[in-house]
Design a protein around this ligand. Structure first.
Ligand code: HEM
Length: 516
């Protein structure tokens, strides 16, 4: 995302990028252009890496629409959500795919799709995304439920952790979310590589193929913002060889031996098979990109959802009671047998959904980027239109909506029930007495919205239901509150900046506990 360029200008690389500033003649109707590297640099350093505060500052002085010249690119920011619909519905003149194709191909290491070498590939890939929704979502959800429970049981019953399952264990909360979600999502989407059968070998391979994959993934992910900003991978230490190992893991010969892939991954394998022009490592790189898409944001989202619930006793008790009210108190071992833990029932958990929405509202910093396809004037409302030029970028920055006090009173405060009204999920939010259509945008907007959003929300609900039903959980006392790592502004969900530790144990009923 180009926001990374902005982020970098706000960081130490500012001087290099700002030296690339160029100027062009202004036309009538163009939004105010903010340029001139000395004041820009001064301000950007003042706001350190907080691009949201920096943009808010620019909005205060230049209005709801302004253009920033960053690294030779003209980026027009539309900061008022009441103006978003005009941008979002403008699919033809404001395109997303050209930009995402270029950014994703360099980041994940496959050839760009819009070069003419792969006719129809991009459309087929877009169609495959439908398999993350509709009726196939039911089977994905069921599979995820089974895998989540197996992975959690694995955490408790693996013999290398020399503890009884009823003993408290301590761990980093982020590491716990990462361990559980990475494995469960991988198995659900890609199926099982032959060397592992979790039920039979649950005690084996403490440093298994999956741990190695996750370690490499974490190292790659740390470099992700720089890669998206097109910093050449050769300049990023070992990142190139780490990415190669990650890609090699998805080599088609290896994947052919994995059992039970999801219909989504199977469809992608079939599509790539039709293209002789795609080398095996290119196909593997496409599969790797989906691994990133499927866990890169979901893991930090799980962290914030669980962290906020554990930090707020009222939220925890309302959400836990709602889950228990729906599924009943369960013996940890019998949760899998509960046939209610499906999509239909998950949809009825409104406090849980509201708590998830609220965590996403606070932690999401994705930016919506569109590339202008031709010179034209975009009418934003009856009183305001802006003239744009081919090649310019238009950016929506939903964090400014998510933290707008007019739409969300006390916006920095976590309120788990903010999205509940009259016993239903609240969908009406207002600004200047006008209904805001795009009030919650962690998954992007319009035609380019995240195709995995329904799966992601289900995963979050399942993760929270299963951990709350199976485990007793507590944050360790005396630690600082979690803060957000802002270096990923523009790229999805921010991970925590600091380490948060917690303790957990398998739930057993109080009678049994007295016997222990
Ligand atoms: C909390 C979790 C998630 C968040 C916050 C999230 C957010 C996003 C965002 C903001 C975009 C870009 C949309 C735009 O710019 O308009 C995106 C794209 C995408 N997401 Fe997600 N996502 C999540 C989980 C998932 C999952 C579980 C999958 C499943 C495979 C997934 C698959 C994708 C794919 C394939 C794209 C690219 C779509 C394209 O190229 O057209 N995401 N996501």
């Amino acid at each position: 995302m180009l926001d990374i360029l902005l982020t970098i200008t706000l960081g130490t690389a500012s001087i290099l990028l700002l030296l690339m500033l160029s100027s062009r003649r202004r036309r009538e109707g163009e939004p105010p252009l903010i340029k001139g590297w000395i004041p820009f640099l001064g301000k950007s350093l003042e706001f350190k890496k907080d691009s949201f505060q920096f943009l808010q500052h620019l909005q205060k002085y230049h209005g709801d629409v302004f253009t920033v010249l960053i690294a030779g690119k003209y980026m027009t920011f539309v900061m008022n959500p009441l103006l978003y619909p005009a941008v979002i519905k403008q699919g033809k003149q404001l395109d997303f795919h050209e930009f995402s194709d270029a950014a994703a191909s360099t980041t994940f290491g496959y050839p760009a799709m819009c070069t003419g070498r792969f006719p129809g590939l991009s459309d087929k890939i877009q169609r495959s995304f439908l398999l993350l929704q509709g009726s196939t979502l039911n089977s994905l959800t069921l599979k995820m439920m089974g895998n989540l429970q197996l992975v959690l049981q694995n955490v408790f019953f693996s013999s290398h952790v020399m503890k009884r399952e009823c003993d408290w264990r301590e761990e980093g909360l982020y590491e716990f979310c990462e361990r559980v979600m990475f494995k469960a999502t991988f198995l659900t989407l890609y199926g099982q590589p032959p060397q592992i059968n979790m039920e039979v070998h649950s005690n084996l391979d403490s440093k298994s193929w999956l741990d190695a994959l996750r370690d490499n993934f974490r190292k790659f992910d740390a470099m992700f913002p720089l890669l998206i900003a097109r910093i050449p991978i050769g300049l990023l230490g070992k990142t190139k060889s780490i990415r190669e190992q990650l890609i090699r893991f998805f080599h088609p010969n290896g994947m052919a031996t994995w059992t039970c892939p999801s219909e989504f991954v199977q469809a992608r394998k079939d599509i790539f098979q039709q293209y002789d022009t795609l080398k095996d490592m290119d196909k593997a790189a496409h599969h790797f990109a989906i691994l990133w898409a499927s866990v890169g944001n979901t893991i930090p989202a799980c962290f914030w959802c669980l962290y906020h619930l554990l930090s707020s006793p009222q939220a925890f008790s309302v959400v836990r009671d709602e889950i228990i009210g729906m599924f009943g108190e369960k013996e940890p071992g019998s949760i899998l047998k509960c046939d209610k833990l499906n999509r239909e029932h998950l949809e009825k958990l409104i406090y849980l959904e509201s708590a998830i929405n609220e965590s996403l509202r606070l932690s999401s910093v994705s930016m919506n980027i569109r590339v202008v396809q031709e010179d034209f004037c975009l009418r934003l409302n009856p009183h305001c239109s802006v003239c744009l030029r081919k090649g310019d970028i238009v950016a929506l920055y939903p964090q400014s909506t998510h933290l707008d006090p007019e739409i969300y009173p006390n916006p920095q405060q976590y309120q788990f029930n903010r999205f509940v009204e009259n016993g239903k999920i609240k969908t009406e939010f207002y600004k200047s007495n006008l209904k805001v259509r795009y009030y919650h945008m962690p998954f992007g907007s319009g035609a380019t919205m995240c195709p995995g959003r329904f799966f992601a929300i289900n995963e979050l609900k399942q993760f929270l239901c299963i951990t709350l039903l199976m485990c007793d959980l507590q944050l360790n006392a005396g630690q600082q509150s979690a803060t957000m790592n802002k270096s990923r502004a523009g790229l999805g969900i921010m991970p925590p900046e600091n380490q948060i530790s917690f303790r957990y144990r398998l739930k057993i009923n109080s009678m049994e506990r007295q016997d222990l």
